[in-house]
Design a protein around this ligand. Structure first.
Ligand code: LM2
Ligand code: CA
Length: 484
């Protein structure tokens, strides 16, 4: 369950948070496929409670009312078309699976597909679930439970959301029907929402009963879905991520926290010389890595001071480091603009999500940030693909916040996060030639639209990078779009 089954040569997925299925299909064909993205995490595709009393917050999608595939992102047909069109251009789909719970209790009780629920009787007729399918007697998780009481964290309600009993064979079967239907449609795997709130032995039973990936969508025969379990473990809780790594991959929340610190100069970049398990991070193959996610970019979930699109210079630095460094399986965040931390995606007065528009410079409009379309970010996806499994070599630092390293003899990157200029001749590990920096620009025909870097026959290059430049890094690689 730890292999994302990316198409050959691809390495990176992006979370298209709250995007519509038709828009995602188009984005696969016009941008993500051609630019080497490996996959997409999509918002939960199953029917959720409509919450007008809070003006359709983003988090209504974390309140399932059934497993019918109808949400503000689209219906079942649109979903399966998206999966097919994305797989056709080499981009995999990963589903955010909400299987710990159903809705909370609200004064509204109609779902995005018109299904209803009867909260007093724990009745979700569109599944159907009834009172016997939930943990009983009902209790609500409190802050101190995380320190003392794994059984309460798993059997009580997470913020009042009705807590399913995954120990029940009937419940397992409803969940499996849902997940296996998605596998048949061609999805490549799942984010397991709130995995910490479910018993590892129950999850194991569910994973083992999932079907193999659909060979008609280009997966090898016998391929198991990629599963990354959302377990927030910043240390010190009664439940450890190590209970989940024997099952499948795990979201590595310490990764974005530490890099956010370092790129905000609360820690020096030179300490990243041994970035990875020596920092207390998971084994590389177990880690789904990211800087921010849909929760912590807006102060939900855990961990403060996470870099987001709002501090773009530092954010691009942290993302570039994530993509340049061989550790982990990276995921990019692609956001809609927000100030209100509860607000849902751009929508019209009927509550329909309004699509992103695409500007001439590739950026998005209509309230969508589209970090994945920022040149510095999507060019680094190609950098990572080009670097492949090349080892990290020739680490250099100035004893402070200037660092540089090679990836095999495929790629080279240098960062200057100091308040003074960098002026240094460094080993790039690349063959002699003139390379276009893919951060300040790109190659266009036989010239660079940004900086160019000349590598000598000894592999060395003079790297001058001023502290006041627009971005804090330069990056070059042997891909056709970097070498003149
Ligand atoms: C997750 N991971 O474990 C998601 O990443 C996270 O986004 C979800 O919380 C959470 N688990 C449940 O799937 C979000 C949001 C919460 C929100 C829930 C449910 O962060 O604030 O809770 O979705 O929509 C909301 C209200 C809360 C209320 C609850 C139940 O904010 O005040 O609690 O609904 O109705 C009474
Ligand atoms: Ca639970």
């Amino acid at each position: 369950y730890k292999n994302p089954h990316y198409a050959s040569g691809r390495t990176t997925m992006v979370h298209l948070f709250e995007w519509k299925w038709d828009d995602i299909a188009a984005e696969c064909e016009r941008f993500l496929g051609p630019r080497g993205f490996g996959g997409i995490q999509v918002s939960p595709p199953n029917e959720n409670l409509v919450i007008w009393s809070r003006n359709r917050p983003w988090w209504e999608r974390y309140q399932p009312i059934s497993y019918r595939l109808v949400t503000r992102s689209g219906n079942e047909n649109q979903f399966s078309n998206m999966v097919r069109r994305c797989n056709n251009v080499g981009v995999r789909i990963y589903v955010d699976a909400i299987i710990n719970h159903m809705t909370g209790t609200w004064n509204e009780n109609v779902g995005t597909g018109g299904s209803t629920a009867n909260f007093e009787n724990w009745h979700y007729p569109a599944v159907p679930y009834g009172r016997n399918d939930f943990n009983w007697p009902h209790c609500v998780i409190t802050g101190s439970d995380y320190n003392c009481c794994p059984d309460r964290v798993r059997n009580c309600e997470l913020s009042g959301l009705k807590d399913l009993n995954q120990g029940s064979d009937y419940v397992r079967q409803q969940i499996l029907n849902y997940m296996n239907r998605l596998i048949d449609m061609g999805v490549a795997g799942f984010r397991i929402d709130a995995a910490k709130h479910m018993w590892p032995h129950d999850l194991r039973v569910i994973y083992d009963r999932l079907r193999n990936l659909n060979t008609a969508h280009g997966f090898p025969s016998g391929a198991r879905p990629y599963i990354y379990q959302e377990v927030i473990d910043l240390g010190g809780e009664a439940i450890s991520r190590n209970e989940y790594t024997p099952l499948a991959a795990v979201t590595e929340f310490r990764f974005g926290l530490e890099l956010s610190q370092a790129f905000q100069r609360r820690n020096q970049l030179r300490w990243l010389v041994n970035w990875g398990p020596q920092w207390g991070l998971l084994a590389s193959g177990d880690a789904l890595t990211f800087i921010d996610n849909h929760d912590n970019q807006r102060g939900h979930g855990a961990g403060g001071n996470i870099l987001t699109y709002k501090q773009s210079r530092q954010y691009k630095g942290a993302i570039a480091f994530m993509l340049a460094h061989p550790y982990g399986y990276p995921q990019l965040m692609s956001s809609f603009a927000f100030t209100d931390t509860e607000a849902g995606p751009p929508m019209n007065s009927r509550g329909d999500i309004t699509s992103p528009t695409i500007n001439a410079d590739n950026s998005c409009g209509n309230g969508w940030i589209c970090e994945h379309r920022w040149r510095q970010i999507h060019n680094m996806v190609v950098f990572r693909n080009t670097a492949g499994n090349g080892a990290l070599t020739n680490w250099w630092d100035n004893g402070s916040n200037q660092i540089a390293f090679c990836r095999g003899n495929q790629a080279f990157i240098a960062f200057n996060n100091d308040a003074w200029d960098m002026d240094q001749t460094l080993q790039t590990c690349l063959p002699a030639g003139t390379y276009c920096d893919i951060i300040s620009g790109a190659r266009s025909g036989n010239r660079c639209t940004g900086k160019s870097i000349v590598v000598g026959s000894d592999g060395r290059a003079l790297i001058i990078h001023r502290s006041n430049e627009y971005d804090m890094m330069v990056a070059i690689h042997r891909g056709a779009d970097s070498r003149l």
